[in-house]
Design a protein around this ligand. Structure first.
Ligand code: NDP
Length: 282
């Protein structure tokens, strides 16, 4: 039976340490880290995420500002707001909640965020930095995953790591981070031939697909570290990851549950990135 990696507890530890560090930083510099969250439209899931981010900011002692814009906001209006926030001395991190409505080109908006305030790490400057090994910010979910792996105590150097999924927000950045730690990395996607043959070689297996329970025990190496990024809503309303938890937990060395694994780490890392952004202004 594997060790269950408790993302809730680890995320709580990180938020506590960010709160403590923020106190010291404020006392030393008089600067209060500030995060601006921009939401365009009324997507219910996005509203929930934005609310959670504001709550986390309050808990760690940050200034948080929410900008809730109507669904018919134009690209120009949003670009103007980003430009204002880029020059706002009280705001150190800018996060634009995705997805954006169709009339707005997401790439253009992300590229407009000052890389020094790009706490989501999606700006091309930071994406390039991730490739060359020196980003200002690492995207929150991949940064959280690396922290979860670090807490197992395993060394990544020389290990076979397999990432299933190649999105810009999870698959590709996590693959680059694993590579930076000297893992031998394979990235799989929907065109990969014989997925089980590849995944069952993995010492570290990251599932970031968005298909409930698609990673079954026969696809996992005995003793592997299995990180489940997927969040899938089942017909009965419950959440499930991309990994068939019970059967894989019986075979893996370490495994993250859903919920309570990767999910809570994302906001904890957003807090860490925002504090880092405030420190960069010094
Ligand atoms: P995307 O839909 O952008 O990417 C999914 C990836 O999975 C694609 O690269 C796709 O391949 C690949 N894929 C699809 N089907 C298969 C298959 N049968 N075999 C192998 N690969 C396949 O998803 P995201 O990366 O944005 O998110 C992945 C999951 O993680 C989702 O469930 C999402 O909700 C969750 N998530 C959770 C977060 C958290 O904080 N816990 C944060 C972000 C995401 P191809 O490129 O060929 O189409």
């Amino acid at each position: 039976m594997s060790v269950i990696i408790d993302g809730n507890k680890i995320a709580q530890d990180i938020r506590r340490s960010v709160r403590e560090e923020t106190l010291v930083f404020k006392e030393k510099t008089g600067i209060v880290p500030g995060l601006a969250v921009v939401l365009v439209g009324e997507d219910p899931a996005s509203q929930v995420y934005v609310g959670r981010k504001a709550k986390a900011c309050a808990e760690v002692g940050f200034l948080s500002r929410e900008y809730k814009l109507p669904a018919d906001t134009s690209e120009e209006e949003l670009l103007r707001l980003i430009n204002d926030l880029n020059h706002d001395q009280f705001i150190h991190g800018i996060l634009v909640q995705l997805p954006l409505p169709r009339q707005i080109a997401t790439d253009k908006i992300i590229a407009a965020i000052d890389p020094h305030k790009d706490v989501d790490g999606f700006n091309p400057y930071n994406v390039g930095g991730l490739v060359t090994g020196s980003p200002l910010f690492v995207p929150c979910t991949p940064r959280g995953i690396m922290e979860l792996i670090a807490r197992t105590g395993i060394t990544l150097s020389g290990k076979d790591a397999v990432v299933v999924g190649r999105s810009n927000i999870v698959g590709k950045p996590i693959a680059l981070l694993l590579l930076a730690q000297n893992a031998t990395v394979t990235i799989c996607h929907s065109k990969t031939k014989d997925l089980p043959a590849v995944t069952s070689r993995a010492d570290v297996l990251i599932a970031a697909v968005g298909k409930a329970r698609m990673i079954t025990a026969d696809m996992v190496k005995e003793g592997a570290v299995v990180i489940d990024v997927g969040v899938n809503r089942l017909d009965n309303g419950k959440l499930a990851g991309d990994v068939a938890f019970d059967e894989v937990a019986a075979k893996a060395g370490y495994i993250t549950p859903v919920p309570g694994g990767v999910g809570p780490m994302t906001i904890a890392m957003l807090m860490k990135n925002t504090l880092d952004a405030a420190k960069m202004t010094r």
